[in-house]
Design a binder for this molecule. Structure first.
Ligand SMILES: Nc1ncnc2c1ncn2[C@@H]1O[C@H](COP(=O)(O)OP(=O)(O)OP(=O)(O)O)[C@@H](O)[C@H]1O
Ligand SMILES: [Mg+2]
Length: 565
């Protein structure tokens, strides 16, 4: 939004053929000057401001405005002369609203000889307030190009007895046409420039053979595929379903998709569906009206409304109840919500990203997840591979986390080759989150300047990682031979502890199992669930559809120890 003071009249040179001093001569000079300004540069903000400046100065109008359609479908003040900064802020209109909105919608000009007598005149920018005793006239003409209305040009001036509005209308229509042409040219050039920039970015990516996304490390082939999918889907409006074990980076990817989309100026709102009861989730997502339930003392906007114009990330979508699945399906179909306790539908403009580490297909087959909802959310699906399947990402991830730690703590810690081998060979059931925590915790506890094997709390006599690697070159160690890294908790199935005490490197049965199928035996299922959920008991319980209390009891019963370090 721009404002400026009145320009000097001296710039106007009388064109040949017009009677000096006549209105026709001044009009011709005005058009001539404005056409020169508009063709001098592609900086539309500057040329529009200077054009309006010249118009107001040469024609001795009181004030002027150029209002243009914005990307959200509203009308916004692009340039103004004679308005205070407070009045400029008010210069927003909806199509159809007031005189300006009507000119925009109808594409026809409006002339008001005296705005004080005109109920349609909103006086939003204070045109009436300056001189209440003198009649003020107002002229608004559409700025058009290719029969499309792009905005509105307005002036207001003292309304004399001689009128003169017919001439004003003719002059402003000509100038609005010039503005329309300039705007069209500018839009064409901007679109071409954007296309060229996109193409350059894409070609650069192809040349390097690598993609990158914000805050994410991933040079492995598997992650490069993920990043390329993210780049492809980001700019579209598509609903995305992110799949992958806990800690693989689903939220990182969801944020990157939002950042790559045209909505990146809007909000990114996240909701963890597993963390709330059905009733709480409903009011959290849809909001509520005053008095909707006990304690609802005021109205509250839900996350859907808060995410309007941006992205809503619904995490752990596989954990919502059947009743809530039905409600969500209705919202996705109708693209509108109703607040709890309300009856008024509210339109929503939100891009949706879902995430889960549940086997939704199996849930659909078992009837615990609605098939129709599954098809709505599974439009574009991106799977994040577990860290153990892309071990080449471990060293750069360790370097990334250590660099951050060093910066934050003013240290210069390094990792020894041996320590890196330990990290490289861990199983990482909690994936990148677990690696991140492990690096941070070890870095904090390390006294010297180099992190060594023995600095890992898990690398002790009791440690399965160590035992499994006795006599085995870490480089040869197979992924499934590695122990779960010990973070703040460790869970060792009894069979592994027994193998350990016998001094033999044993291969825990749950690790050698291929694929992701839920195993048969109760004990195996418990270990399977704990591994898949990064040894977080509550998450594992959800995976098995049992309560956290039942989970605790079952772990105890089978001697699966969850020990705090
Ligand atoms: N590729 C990556 N590069 C750098 N950091 C990463 C990467 N992937 C994940 N992280 C980090 O690991 C942690 C876990 O990531 P995130 O929260 O995105 O995982 P998630 O899949 O959503 O996990 P959950 O299912 O438990 O919610 C975060 O701190 C994140 O910054
Ligand atoms: Mg997450």
């Amino acid at each position: 939004m721009e404002s400026s003071t009145v320009a000097s009249k001296a710039a106007a040179t009388p064109p040949p053929g017009a009677k000096p001093g006549s209105r026709a001569q001044v009009e011709l000079s005005t058009i001539y000057e404005i056409s020169k300004i508009l063709s001098s540069s592609l900086d539309i903000e500057r040329t529009f401001r200077n054009s309006l400046n010249t118009l107001i100065a040469l024609m001795v109008y009181r004030r002027g405005m150029i209002v243009l359609a914005d990307e959200e479908g509203g009308l916004k003040l692009a340039s103004s002369i004679g308005l205070t900064p407070e009045e400029q802020i008010q210069g927003r209109y909806r199509p159809g609203e007031g005189v300006i909105g009507q000119v925009f919608v109808s594409g026809s000009p409006i002339v008001l000889p005296n705005i004080a007598h005109e109920p349609r005149f909103l006086n939003r920018t204070g045109a009436l307030d300056e001189d209440p005793d003198r009649p003020i006239g107002f002229v608004a003409v559409p700025i058009q190009s290719n029969r499309r209305t792009l905005g509105v040009l307005t002036i207001d001036r003292a309304s004399g007895p001689a009128g003169g509005f017919r001439e004003d209308l003719r002059l402003l229509t000509m100038i609005a046409n010039l503005l329309g042409q300039a705007l069209l040219l500018h839009q064409g050039v901007s679109a071409e420039r954007k296309q060229l920039l996109d193409e350059t970015r894409r070609l650069k990516g192809e040349l390097k053979g690598r993609y990158s996304i914000q805050n994410a490390v991933g040079a492995s082939k598997l992650m490069q595929e993920v990043f390329s999918e993210v780049h492809q889907v980001g700019p579209s409006r598509s609903t995305v379903l992110l799949r992958g074990e806990s800690g693989t980076g689903k939220e990182v990817v969801a944020r990157a998709i939002h950042e790559l989309s045209p909505r990146n100026g809007g909000p990114f709102v996240k909701v963890n569906c597993a963390a709330l009861t059905e009733t709480l989730l409903e009011s959290e997502l849809f909001g509520h009206e005053k008095g909707a339930f006990t304690g609802a003392s005021g109205e509250r906007r839900g996350r859907f409304e808060l995410a309007n114009g941006g992205t809503l990330f619904l995490d752990e979508i596989g954990d919502i109840s059947p009743a809530f699945q039905a409600k969500l399906l209705r919202v996705l179909q109708e693209r509108e919500i109703e607040r709890v306790g309300g009856s008024r539908p509210i339109k929503i403009d939100v891009r949706l990203i879902f995430a889960t580490n549940r086997d939704l297909e199996r849930m659909v087959a078992a009837g615990t997840f609605r098939g129709d909802l599954y098809y709505r959310i599974n439009v574009v699906s991106i799977s994040l591979p577990p860290l153990r399947e892309r071990r080449e990402d471990i060293p750069p991830l360790v370097a990334h986390f250590l660099e951050r730690f060093n910066k934050e703590n003013h240290r210069e810690l390094r990792v020894s080759a041996g320590a890196m081998r330990v990290l490289y060979n861990c199983y990482w059931p909690g994936n990148v989150r677990e690696l991140e925590n492990c690096v941070e915790r070890t870095a904090t506890m390390t006294k010297g300047s180099v992190i060594e094997e023995l600095d890992f709390p898990c690398y002790s006599d009791r440690c399965l990682t160590r035992m499994l690697h006795v006599g085995v070159e870490p480089a040869q160690a197979r992924a499934d031979e590695c122990a779960p890294p010990v973070e703040s908790k460790i869970a060792l199935p009894a069979s592994r502890r027994q193998g350990a005490s016998a001094g033999e490197p044993s291969r825990p049965e749950s690790f050698v199992r291929a694929g992701d199928e839920k195993p048969e035996g109760e004990r195996e299922r418990l270990v399977w669930a704990m591994e898949r959920s990064g040894w977080v008991q509550a998450k594992a319980a959800r995976l098995l559809n049992i309560t956290a209390r039942q989970m605790g009891y079952a772990l105890q019963k089978h001697g699966i120890e969850v020990r705090k370090f």
